[in-house]
Ligand binder design. Structure first.
Ligand code: ATP
Length: 233
């Protein structure tokens, strides 16, 4: 594995006395393509939030780009999130009264580091050049997700975290969005971590982890939604 960009050690999240994540340890290399699979309620979104510095773990250690997240102030964490991480969500999370271009440029605006040329490149490579001035309501699901990918890559992050990025798309559009995520991962040299319950995604990823009851388990056979029959290795 190349140098790790994300290292979680014994991550736990407890809510109302219940352990939602229970001792999750993982290492994401700088060129990783990692899929975290698991059934509904397994703790995938919670893990996504913790890895994305969106919520702190109750215990355990998280290192992002070599920095121990627990030692950072909220402001430093927000800065690290902006500069190192890009996010793609199942429901796109585009702002309705901003155009596609304005949505994609938000991370640059927040970082105070505008790079319109890079946004042009992203729109071009993602096949959405020409849609810059349209509002989300006028875009198809696949187009919205491509705008969301442009937004995730706007600040040239080290890691893209995607939570069920194909969950709301029809199979053909899902395939094309996944192809784009992978081709952008290669060309921008980012690590890609996708969280999904969809076993169909499995064959695309070098590394697969399975979560069940808040704990990483060793193989797909332990997760009913992730049948090993769909695996290629
Ligand atoms: N605020 C909360 N308080 C108590 N329990 C919670 C809270 N948020 C989530 N949970 C529980 O934690 C467990 C894991 O939730 P999480 O959303 O991480 O699962 P998931 O694997 O992403 O599920 P899905 O695929 O259905 O979205 C679930 O049992 C959920 O009910």
């Amino acid at each position: 594995m190349t140098d790790p960009v994300l290292v979680g050690s014994e991550l736990c999240v407890t809510r109302r006395g219940t352990k939602i994540l229970d001792g999750v340890s993982l290492t994401v290399g700088s060129d990783a393509a990692m899929l975290v699979q698991g059934p509904s309620g397994a703790g995938k979104s919670t893990l996504f939030n913790v890895l994305g510095l969106l919520e702190p773990p109750s215990s355990g250690r998280l290192e992002v780009d070599g920095r121990d997240a627990s030692t950072l102030s909220e402001r430093q964490r927000a800065r690290l999130r902006r500069t190192t991480l890009g996010f793609v969500f199942q429901d796109f999370q585009l702002i309705g009264d901003l155009t596609a271009r304005e949505n994609a440029s938000l991370p640059q605006e927040h970082a105070g580091d505008r790079d319109p040329g890079w946004l042009d490149t992203l729109f071009e490579r993602l096949g959405i050049a020409g849609l810059e001035h349209q509002y989300p309501a006028t875009l198809s699901g696949g187009e919205k997700q491509r705008v969301a990918i442009a937004r995730a890559l706007a600040n040239r992050p080290e890691i893209v975290l995607a939570d069920e990025p194909t969950g709301q798309l029809d199979p053909d559009t899902a395939e094309s969005v996944l192809n784009l995520l992978f081709s952008m991962k290669e060309s921008t040299e980012t690590a890609l971590v996708v969280i999904s319950h969809d076993p169909q995604l499995a064959q695309r990823f070098d590394e697969r982890l399975f979560i069940r009851g808040g704990t990483l388990v060793s193989d797909a056979a332990s997760t009913p939604d992730a049948s090993p029959s769909t695996e290629t290795n």
